[in-house]
Design a binder for this molecule. Structure first.
Ligand code: C2E
Ligand code: MG
Ligand code: MG
Length: 555
């Protein structure tokens, strides 16, 4: 058999299915094969004699390259994922192996790589899992931190600025809880695409964990940041569709700018996270740019959160319940009571449920919170009515996230039994913002409650996105109009259109309506005029402990 010629080896290397590059120690590119051109977009003559850095994306830090060279000299080899830039400017991840080659007294480095974004590169993709999130195919937290470090050292040199965005999906957990993880995964994949659709060349997005994403964006001018943040929140206004079902998500976005809000990657990410938090606190579905004030608030909140969890476990005496009556507007007679939880902490004082309920929800302690509520109400409500009025309603607030919790029924049973036992009617109130994402399982739960004679009310109605078509399918009995619409009733600019519209909807669906937050005589008489059924508010009565009502109710 004839020995192979040098040209045969050339042909072998030239046609190899991986991109191959040889560089000198200077370093200069000395050879590239054909696949090199398909991956990078460069012709051989454009890169021969150039430094290999023409290919680099600028996404990696100087330390990254130092480590690479160290492992080459210590172990004779480097292998891993590196982000490079194609001729057309696109950055892409490649799986790269580098090793030294000696020949005729000269030293070269051989680099063999594949584009891991390419489906054909299945093995390398697998190897690169340590840097990628398998669900969304986005870089993971550790790769993002690497990119962030690189961007900081690049900007230290050239003085430019960029921003880090922290994007957290609102209500995503309830999709997971209510519809299962498979559905949650698909929603996440689409959410990742939504985020990517907002970005431009040179921007980087990663999935940090669960429903949290982070983005690096280049800032060219002063308006850039606001407009990207705006687009980022707007892109979630349309529902995400999975298997023909619509899911309503929104995103809370926080931003921190280099160098004003942090000089290291870690600091920037942390401050973007804090800014995201204040977007959540401002009602979600919006963005906030970091400010030092947020930082202070964030620390306060962290302490509050720790205190709440400790108190839930060890200090039942700090929790109590107050009751606010609801009245029939036509007669002025008491229709029922709403139980509202109170938390009194030795250091923080009286904390509003508007602050501690969301913390308990987020940290997964809402069940314990309801346990305290039930315990307090059972301690207040007597087993026999005595002189108390008959047939009142007693309402409690339930977080939507709790509805499918398997422990809920057992928790509420003794309370509902006691309420029914005295001839009153148990009611549960669920805030509207969570409604659109209720699963069939959840609706069934509500239906079961209904069948057991529990009245189901939608709280803060008008603040969410409930469509009429959807309301129609819900097993509910009462709408509570959010107080912002009641407040618009009074004064010169008095606007009763929304309240009238809600009353119209309720009539068509056979629901009872409660107006909450009535503070003035003017609002009450307007509501009476509009034939609103029930009302609740400081004008008639503020929430107060049971003892304060007992006598009043008897009168
Ligand atoms: P909500 O269910 O809409 O309760 C009504 C809130 O409006 C109460 O605030 C009440 O004190 C207040 N309010 C009543 N009348 C007026 C008025 O005329 N003017 C004004 N400005 N406010 C009025 P509170 O007690 O601070 O509760 C805030 C929210 O916290 C509640 O809103 C409810 O969503 C939640 N919450 C309270 N207790 C519980 C609980 O036990 N479990 C759960 N999951 N959530 C609770
Ligand atoms: Mg309520
Ligand atoms: Mg309300």
């Amino acid at each position: 058999m004839q020995a192979l010629q040098q040209q045969d080896f050339m042909a072998l290397v030239d046609n190899h299915p991986r991109a191959i590059m040889l560089s000198t120690t200077e370093p200069r590119i000395a050879y590239v094969n054909r696949m090199f051109r398909s991956v990078t977009g460069y012709h051989a003559e454009e890169v021969l004699g150039q430094a290999p850095s023409v290919l680099s994306s600028g996404l990696h830090s100087p330390e990254f390259y130092q480590d690479m060279w160290k492992s080459l000299s210590d172990q004779g080899r480097w292998e891993g994922v590196i982000w490079n830039r194609r001729k057309n400017g696109e950055t892409y991840p490649q799986w790269l192996t580098i090793y030294p080659v000696q020949r005729a007294g000269r030293q070269f480095f051989a680099g063999i790589f594949t584009d891991v974004g390419d489906i054909a590169a299945a093995d390398e993709r697998l190897a690169s899992l340590a840097y990628y999130d398998t669900l969304t195919q986005l870089p993971n937290r550790s790769l993002f931190q690497e990119f962030l470090k690189a961007r900081v050292s690049q900007r230290e040199r050239d003085g430019g600025c960029f921003a880090v965005l922290y994007v957290d999906l609102d209500f995503f957990k309830s999709i997971n809880d209510l519809h299962g993880h498979e559905c949650g995964d698909q929603v996440l994949q689409q959410a990742a695409q939504c985020i990517q659709s907002v970005l431009r060349k040179g921007d980087v997005v990663a999935r940090l964990s669960g429903d949290e994403f982070a983005v690096i964006i280049e800032l060219q001018n002063d308006d850039d940041l606001e407009s990207v943040c705006q687009r980022m929140t707007q892109v979630f206004q349309a529902p995400i569709i999975v298997s023909y079902r619509e899911y309503f998500l929104s995103a809370s976005v926080g931003a921190a700018v280099y160098p004003d809000h942090g000089r290291t990657g870690a600091e920037l990410l942390q401050n973007a996270d804090r800014a995201m938090y204040s977007a959540k606190m401002a009602g979600r579905a919006c963005y906030r740019i970091y400010s030092a004030v947020d930082n202070e608030r964030g620390r306060h909140r962290q302490r509050l959160s720790e205190a709440l969890i400790a108190s839930l476990k060890t200090a039942p005496e700090e929790f109590s319940v107050v009751y606010q009556p609801q009245y029939h507007l036509a007669t002025g007679k008491v229709a029922g009571l709403e139980a509202l939880l109170r938390w009194n902490h030795p250091e923080f004082g009286t904390v509003s449920p508007a602050d501690f309920v969301p913390i308990a929800e987020q940290r997964g302690h809402i069940h314990e919170l309801t346990e305290h509520l039930v315990r307090c109400v059972l301690a207040d409500l007597p087993e026999r009515l005595g002189e108390l009025p008959q047939r009142l309603g007693l309402a409690i607030n339930i977080s939507a996230r709790q509805i499918t919790d398997s422990r809920l029924e057992a928790l509420l049973e003794p309370l509902f039994d006691r309420i029914r036992g005295v001839g009153w009617t148990p009611e549960i109130e669920i805030t509207e913002t969570h409604l659109m994402n209720l699963s069939r399982q959840c609706l069934n739960r509500l239906r079961e409650f209904g069948e057991q004679g529990v009245v189901v009310a939608i709280d803060d109605f008008g603040t969410g996105y409930s469509s009429l078509a959807y309301l129609h399918t819900l097993p509910l009995h009462v709408l509570k109009i959010d107080r912002q619409f009641i407040w618009r009733l009074g004064g010169k600019s008095g606007d009763s259109r929304i309240v009238s519209a809600i009353l119209g909807i309720a009539e068509a669906l056979g629901l009872e309506v409660v107006a909450e937050g009535i503070e003035t005589e003017e609002q009450r008489s307007k509501l009476q005029e509009l034939n609103c059924h029930r009302g609740q508010g400081y004008l008639m009565a503020r929430p107060a402990p049971w003892g304060a009502w007992e006598d009043d109710l008897i009168d």
